[in-house]
Write a protein that binds this ligand. Structure first.
Ligand code: CDP
Ligand code: MG
Length: 788
């Protein structure tokens, strides 16, 4: 069954098939039953194994003690990766064996779909093959050397792969081989030939240069992931390849979904890199348990201890699939704890990996497998296809993934842990069979798969996410009718129309759906539309607080700066409260940043200051990087950087942008905190997040608040909230708010503000877009050749 059809049939885009199903998973140690496909004999053997799983921990310790010495002598002699070894590794990859045929197919066709098992060398080798085949010496009309671009759905993958390829190529990262992710460009203009980048970066490059004139080839890697940007890029490429006949497009995909890409580009050839995989036995959990972290930890310990005593060495590494940073860290911690309880345990290295992790820590994961020390990698679904860790023999699969699903009616994201699809489950298990026969422990029952509780394929992001930013991008690319854009799978209509409506509210689109001058300008920043608008408004004389707003925007663009370890919760809460600005979380963020800057300017060690104050140093320094870059863009576009010390003005500016994300206080319960209701959906209750500054005092009684985001986790939480004055709502949100003429009159006199009516706002929108059209016509006339 076609997934899109399924979704359409259901009429919703909620990916949970059955929230009460037993996929609310977990498993007990050793309670695995064997997959039907296995023979009776094997089953009998497995039964024996699982019965012995019970006694593991203590039973093994004795035997393992003897091995200790062995490990101590060999572990120090770690091999240095030399050039020869790297080249040998390269040549052993499946992609290398078919290099010639692959390059021929690419030479003969403009678009090629390349399919291959993970780890076959698609990501690291294709770019180098193309380079060696002469694509790197192609010259543009102006004599400039053309690049080979390779997109990745994830930042982590872009960085780590570029690092690896730079080593293989033998250059410093950022020279011939580099990468570019949002706010971080590690390439050299004159030197870089192979450029790895996130899909988002390439999208922005298309905005500047519609024909991608700097590239001879683009590899769209991991296209099967179907991220939002993948789908938009695919649509854009459909036209782009007609305009640039000399541009090669290569789409790589896991086997699932490959047909669709081939048809999308009108029957292009498919090239399959012959796989080299070993059989993987899939073991299901016999019963369900409530705690998947606990179950995974037990499984890891069982695998580790039992096989160590059996093989007297590390017989293979373990890969665990979790859902996000939190449960990954928890799993790692618990495994280490369990290990520490044992007397002289066999060596086990525990590594987390998730997308926001710093690059230097990620590197360790790719260290060569060791004979003596077992490695356990606890990962998000990033390890499903994007990253290949060599030497994995055991996979522990929770069967879960964390998914963000957007509800267009409520303007709310729901962040939920949901069951993976069958395709994902297969992919995860397959990771155990790369270097030899493997074992996959699924922490869910076989029934969960059989009873049609899982989707066959995951739902593409474009059908479950907020499309506001993408619509603005398409409009900027002069796609007038977005409903006619060639989407591989069309987004649901309410998702589309809601994002266009939001852009209209934002005054980025006019009444006919054309870009306004504000909408046009908003694209200069590589950030979400609302944040971009915020910067533009803050530059207006009325607000004059762009310096502060840019700080707030930067802080909103990084993971939370507040650090709250479970065992020191109270202490860290107290530390956070010292930064509170009672009426605003936005101003609280500003306050944190300003204090951080003060420390910096005094030459103090900011890392120490951060840890003392329970702040993530990494997040803050990244916010600083982002801020610097945004300031550069502002200067380039001649936007004034204006300082303000008036907190009310800053709040007013926030209100002028976020008036449509408004909540009003419904009731205050002293035990449960304040309950707010949504402006547009008055039946929906919303809550301050427990960490909000507004919880701290009388401000919790504030009658009107605007919020940055609305996320449903355990409750509907508003994240980042600021108290606003109702008068401001009349002033800036005339499209929504109105009052009687008498009240208006009184407010105008008392506050000295002029209140527009809804009709006036709409009229202004019309005029604004007309002005833009005139402007554009002028530019076109002057420059003769238009961008498209
Ligand atoms: O893209 P695909 O899954 O086909 O394979 P790849 O990512 O090109 O990986 C090929 C080989 O390079 C694997 O054996 C990886 O372990 C290795 N590799 C690495 O050592 N370090 C990286 N950062 C990426 C890949
Ligand atoms: Mg790859």
């Amino acid at each position: 069954p076609n997934l899109v059809e399924k979704v359409k049939e259901k009429g919703t885009i909620n990916p949970i098939k059955n929230p009460n199903s037993e996929l609310a998973i977990s498993a007990k140690r050793g309670s695995f039953v064997v997959n039907e496909r296995r023979s009776k004999n094997e089953r009998a053997k497995q039964a024996k194994d699982s019965s012995s799983l019970q006694g593991t921990a203590l039973g093994n310790v004795l035997q393992i003690k003897e091995e200790k010495e062995v490990s101590a002598t060999t572990s120090g002699a770690e091999e240095k990766v030399d050039k020869e070894l790297i080249q040998k590794q390269r040549k052993s990859l499946p992609a290398f064996a078919v290099r010639h045929e692959l390059l021929r197919t690419i030479a003969e066709n403009q678009v090629t779909v390349v399919i291959g098992e993970t780890g076959s060398g698609k990501t690291t080798q294709l770019t180098q093959f193309l380079l060696e085949d002469g694509f790197g010496s192609n010259l543009a009309k102006n004599g400039e050397r053309l690049m080979i671009g390779c997109t990745q759905p994830r930042r982590v993958a872009a960085m780590s792969v570029a690092k690896r390829v730079s080593e293989e190529y033998g250059c410093k990262l950022g020279e011939e081989v580099g990468y570019s992710i949002r706010f971080e460009d590690v390439t050299t203009k004159e030197k870089t030939i192979i450029k790895y980048m996130t899909e988002g970066v390439l999208l922005r490059e298309i905005l500047m240069d519609a024909n991608l004139e700097h590239y001879s080839c683009i590899i769209m890697d991991e296209a099967h992931e179907r991220s939002l940007s993948t789908d938009v890029l695919l649509g854009l490429f459909r036209n782009l390849i007609r305009r640039r006949k000399d541009l090669k497009l290569i789409i790589t995909s896991a086997t699932m979904n490959a047909e669709r890409f081939m048809n999308f580009f009108g029957d292009v050839p498919q090239f399959t890199i012959p796989g080299r995989t070993f059989p993987v036995d899939t073991l299901f959990s016999k019963s369900t348990c409530s705690d998947y972290v606990d179950a995974a930890v037990k499984q890891v310990m069982t695998i580790h201890l039992q096989n160590y005593s059996k093989y007297k060495r590390n017989d293979g590494d373990i890969l665990v699939f979790m859902t996000g940073q939190e449960d990954i860290e928890m799993t790692c911690e618990l495994v280490r704890e369990k290990l520490a309880l044992l007397d002289d345990p066999p060596p086990l290295d525990v590594y987390p990996i998730y997308s926001t992790m710093p690059a230097d820590l990620q590197r360790k994961i790719f260290d060569k497998p060791s004979e003596t020390r077992r490695k356990v990698v606890v990962a998000t679904n990033i390890a499903e296809t994007s990253l290949t860790v060599d030497g994995i023999k055991y996979v522990v699969d929770t069967g879960l993934v964390k998914l963000k699903v957007y509800n267009p009616k409520l303007g709310m994201d729901t962040l939920q842990v949901v069951p993976i699809s069958l395709a994902n489950a297969q992919q995860r298990s397959g990771r155990a069979g790369r270097t030899g026969p493997g074992l996959a422990y699924r922490l869910y029952t076989e029934r969960a798969i059989g009873e049609d509780l899982m989707y066959i394929q995951p739902i593409p992001e474009i059908q479950r996410t907020n499309l506001t930013n993408v619509m603005l991008l398409l409009k900027s690319l002069k796609v007038e009718d977005v409903t006619k854009f060639p989407f591989l799978d069309s987004p649901p209509t309410d998702l589309l129309s809601n994002s266009l409506y939001d852009l209209w509210i934002m005054e980025a689109l006019d009444n006919c759906g054309n870009l306004t001058s504000l909408g046009h300008n908003m694209m200069v920043f590589p950030i979400e539309a609302t944040l971009s608008k915020l910067i533009f408004l803050s530059c207006r004389p009325q607000f004059s607080c762009s310096s502060e707003i840019v700080t707030i925007v930067s802080m909103l663009s990084v993971p939370s700066v507040f650090f709250r370890p479970k065992e020191r919760a109270q202490e860290s809460d107290a530390a956070r409260e010292r930064f509170f600005v009672a009426e605003s979380d936005h101003l609280t963020l500003l306050n944190v940043y300003n204090q951080y800057e003060t420390q910096r300017s005094k030459g103090r060690k900011t890392a120490a200051w951060c840890s003392k104050n329970f702040l993530h140093h990494k997040s803050l320094s990244r916010a600083r990087d982002i801020r610097n870059q945004l300031i550069l863009i502002m200067k380039k576009n001649k936007l004034p950087i204006l300082k303000s010390t008036n907190n009310d003005t800053i709040r007013k500016c926030l209100c002028a942008v976020y008036f449509h994300q408004l909540a009003t206080l419904a009731k205050t319960d002293f035990n449960k905190g304040s309950v707010y209701t949504h402006l547009r959906q008055s039946y929906m209750n919303m809550h301050l997040h427990p960490t909000s500054a507004l919880n701290s005092g009388a401000e919790a009684m504030a009658s009107h608040v605007i919020y940055h985001e609305l996320i449903l986790t355990t409750k509907e939480y508003m994240s980042c909230v600021t108290v606003v004055d109702p008068v401001w709502l009349l002033e800036f949100g005339a499209i929504f708010f109105d009052t009687t003429p008498a009240v208006k009159q009184r407010i105008q006199e008392q506050y000295g503000v002029s209140l527009r009516s809804k009709e006036q706002v709409i009229k202004e929108l019309e005029r604004d877009s007309q002005a833009l059209l005139v402007e554009e016509a002028k530019v076109k006339k002057e420059s003769k050749h238009s961008r498209l």
